[in-house]
Ligand binder design. Sequence first.
Ligand code: PLP
Ligand code: COI
Length: 362
Amino acid sequence: DSADNFRFTLSPHPAPVPAAQRAALLADPGFGRVFTDHMAVVRYKEGQGWHNPTIEARAPIPLDPAAAVLHYAQEIFEGMKAYRAADGGVVMFRPDANARRFHQSAERMAMAPVPDALFLEAVRQLVRVDRDWIPEGENASLYLRPFMIANEAFLGVKPSSEYLFIVIASPVGSYFSGGAVSVWVSEDYTRAAPGGTGAAKCGGNYAASLLAQREAKAQGCDQVVFLDAVEHRWVEEMGGMNIFFVMDDGSLVTPPLSGTILPGITRDAILTLARDRGLAVREEPYSIDQCYADAASGRLKEVFACGTAAVVTPVGRLRGKRGEIVIGSGNGADPVTESLRAALIGIQRGQLPDPHGWVQRV
Ligand code: PLP
Ligand code: COI
């Protein structure tokens, strides 16, 4: 699976966004609304395998109305970021881990896996072609969205025999507007059940989360946190990020990878960075009752969300049917969260040593 087997044909955009207009867009990109000039596209067909890798102008994709993805939601995606390093180079954070997770998601959804080398080459080629779209600034990055859809035109329910693997890119600022976020505890809706698709990054998981997220907004919260689908008791993860709890002895608790939550790459990095610092970390079930009790007793000091989009975001308040609790100072500037966040960002942006070899040049 060497990258040499995948030579991308470049068809440059005939009319790329002019530099002045691009600069204006990059000054305040928001999250996920501005897109670069190009996209990577690779096709799969049973019998032919992966073929025709191209970098081409970003444009709508023609789809047959019977394409399997439109009916049975055979779709997976990834989220990763490219940064402008201090020396002017471009770096990415653990792209190999995204490639691996994309492979695992494909297997869970009975899709043709994209070879890791092809996944990485597609991302690298797109970042190189659109490198002028990487925004400058402390919270800015180029968000990459690799995804795969089933595009066989056929209405029978079976795994598609054709797929499209595409990578698009979006210059982004912070996912949240700043400070601590508030989180709604969803008790009426669950995200994923044992044996389901919770550990896969498939679109369906997000479709299923939207009503709960809307409820969170209606309750004045920024995000939703889900409880387990069997006992409605154990904290799982948020709509688009994993969750950590920091106790008064400095130890960290985060829900285990039980198969119903996404194995976050940021989560894994935080666990490693915490252990590096000599903090005790426990990947173990934590109940919402315990959470309320620990907040009341003062044992629970900090809560944070982590993910590619959210990076490390402090949680200031938890709200649910049993009332509201304020975490720590409530405004999020709490020490363990802040120190882990600074350590992670420093490595991601090439400003701190990278002892685990997480950062790759593009
Ligand atoms: N959980 C969910 C549901 C997510 O969508 C994400 C974001 O990708 C995460 C967790 C965090 O994963 P990662 O750190 O790999 O971005
Ligand atoms: C990511 O962090 O990459 C996600 O997919 C989550 C979403 C909130 C953008």
